[in-house]
Design a protein around this ligand. Structure first.
Ligand SMILES: Nc1nc2c(ncn2[C@@H]2O[C@H](COP(=O)(O)OP(=O)(O)OP(=O)(O)O)[C@@H](O)[C@H]2O)c(=O)[nH]1
Length: 566
């Protein structure tokens, strides 16, 4: 009773002062949008009387209104401006929170990461508990979504310690369990699991509770598919009731994997196909990637290779788009960090410069000149880094091309390929992940040069790279390691998947329309595939084995794929 009467005046009585109207609008913005809108209109009508501080608060609420009534572009513009110019740190922070929300939903990670460093610094000074916890949640979410689970865990853990119960405690537990699951830290995962589910149930967050439980299903799939199915059965009705498509797709996919592991291919396929129904063409998320990889496995097990190839193609293109989004984001983040570092170095150098000048002017004049030169150079680097940040990936690759990329085709040269490949192989070995290597060499390339000239040969090399690149994920290391010889290292990829990818590339090369070059000729390549299962993790061995397989492909008539086997 007491709590009911507590609310009555707030609902019934019209706030009179502008200050109260702004206050109430702020409180109602997430729960009663119509009332919020009405109050905002009243504030707007009396906008001439607003103090500077109130005007700033109004601008934030107005941007919020735009964001949640569909005018995203205008909202982003207004919020970006407020983040830059707001005098109140709180308004600045709230604007950045809403801005990040919008950018995350539209998966614009290159923008998200530009702000993350600033956001992290700001949240440390925020005393409002809700705002701070919201920020920790965003930070954990972004790092988990970009597969940086160590950092995601750091923020999720902070959030869990900060929020004892309620929705933020639940979000904290979900992000924490997600990172523990993906990092395979199962001991801690098992310790926290029950508390995670209970916190989310108590906070009435069924979606988050079911996400947490999906991690346990995923683990069971590896060891006991039947038990995974039982667990899915006990959860699925509640999952459907959430009507949340991403979750439903995930659960149907988990069913599909469980039946695939049980070798019940028909049921597995039924679940997989039903999961595809909720997906829109440009949707990309973890569940969707898992789904297409499962459908590919099912069709492969069915011996239906054409369908398997189609699913694999969808998987590769979605995976590439997914990785590209993340890569663009991480690049922006690193450049933003590098900018801060260059700035700090510049300040340190300037300080030193002044000190030296005042102490021993004559003696150090020469050195000071050098320092100034360094400052100029750093300034130029800063400028360049900023320009590159705006130009994104293309700008960056142009910059790096000088040392690491092949001038003709734009992919890694042999030197860079070797370095990158070794990093990837080390990573896979340390994390017990499979890795495969594809080597390919164009067929009768000398004849193409001899018959049509070197320029046409060059065109063919570029066309081949352009074609094959379409099928590669962002993590794959693709390099030109000889005149007409190329290699691809595929981290996390089993040999059979690499063979399929090699097939796709072979087919695509054979299908290149060469008339664009001004001549008409046929192009093909021979492929050799090796994998860590047979060749281990040493680049030298993987290359030697792929080379021996490629030699067999050449000997068997060219334009084909051969796999190395012991
Ligand atoms: N246009 C062009 N040709 C190149 C380049 N680098 C190497 N080549 C040529 O690639 C050809 C390679 O010929 P070979 O090694 O005999 O092999 P192939 O004719 O492809 O025959 P197989 O590999 O046995 O099918 C040589 O003619 C090289 O001059 C380049 O950058 N541009």
């Amino acid at each position: 009773m007491a709590s009911l009467s507590f609310f009555i005046p707030a609902l019934g009585k019209e706030p009179e002062s502008i200050e109260d109207k702004i206050q109430l609008a702020e409180e109602l913005k997430a729960t009663d949008f119509n009332r919020f809108n009405e109050l905002l209109k009243q504030v707007e009508d009396s906008s001439v009387n607003l103090t500077a501080e109130q005007h700033e608060q109004f601008r934030f609420l107005d941007a919020y209104r735009l964001a949640y009534s569909g005018s995203q572009t205008q909202a982003v513009a207004n919020l970006t401006e407020l983040v830059k110019v707001a005098k109140s740190e709180k308004v600045q922070f709230k604007s950045l929170s809403v801005l990040l929300n919008i950018l995350i939903i539209s998966r614009d990670y290159s923008e998200v990461f530009q702000y993350l460093e600033q956001y992290d610094q700001m949240q440390k000074n925020i005393t409002d508990k809700d705002l701070r916890q919201h920020a920790l949640g965003i930070l954990a979410l972004v790092f988990n979504q970009t597969s940086q689970f160590d950092i995601g865990y750091f923020y999720a853990n902070k959030l869990s310690s900060d929020a004892v119960d309620g929705k933020y405690a639940c979000f904290g537990m979900q992000f924490k369990l997600e990172s523990l699951h993906r990092l395979k830290k199962y001991d801690e995962f098992d310790q926290e699991f029950d508390a995670g589910v209970a916190t989310c149930e108590a906070a009435k967050q069924p979606i988050y509770s079911k996400i947490i439980q999906s991690y346990r299903v995923e683990r069971l799939l590896e060891v006991d598919p039947n038990q995974a199915i039982s667990l899915l059965n006990s959860l699925y009705q509640d999952v459907e009731q959430t009507s949340y498509n991403v979750l439903i797709t995930l659960y149907k996919t988990l069913y599909s994997i469980a039946y695939l592991r049980n070798e019940q291919l028909d049921v597995a396929k039924e679940y997989g196909l039903s999961a595809t129904k909720n997906i829109k063409e440009d949707d990309i998320n973890y569940a969707i990637l898992l789904l297409y990889s499962t459908l590919y496995e099912i069709e492969k097990a069915n011996g239906n290779f054409e369908k398997a190839l189609t699913y694999h193609e969808v998987l590769v293109s979605k995976q590439k788009a997914y990785d590209d989004e993340k890569a663009a984001g991480l690049l922006a983040y690193n450049i933003a960090k590098a900018n801060v570092e260059v700035k700090n170095q510049r300040i340190a150098l300037l300080d030193k410069d002044n000190e030296l000048l005042s102490l021993q002017k004559d003696l150090y004049e020469k050195e000071a000149r050098q320092n100034r030169l360094l400052v100029l150079i750093l300034g130029a680097i800063l400028l360049l880094a900023t320009v590159l940040a705006y130009r994104g990936l293309t700008g960056r690759s142009r910059f790096k091309k000088i040392a690491e990329y092949d001038q003709l085709t734009g992919i890694s040269n042999r030197y860079h390929f070797n370095n990158q490949a070794k990093i990837a192989l080390d990573y896979c070995e340390t994390n017990a992940k499979p890795v495969a290597l594809i080597l390919f060499d164009l067929d009768y390339f000398k004849d193409i040069n001899d018959t049509h000239g070197h320029a046409v040969g060059d065109w063919a090399l570029r066309a081949v790279v352009k074609t094959c690149r379409n099928f590669m994920r962002n993590n794959d290391v693709f390099g030109r390691i000889g005149g007409e010889e190329f290699a691809v290292v595929l981290p996390g990829c089993q040999t059979d998947k690499a063979v399929l990818l090699a097939e796709i590339c072979r087919d695509a090369i054979a299908g290149i329309d060469t008339t664009e070059s001004g001549k008409h000729f046929s192009l093909s390549a021979s492929f050799g595939v090796s994998g860590s299962d047979n060749s281990g993790y040493q680049l030298k061995q993987l290359l030697a084995d792929a080379d021996s397989a490629m030699y067999s492909a050449k000997a068997a008539g060219r334009n084909q794929v051969a796999t190395f086997s012991e």
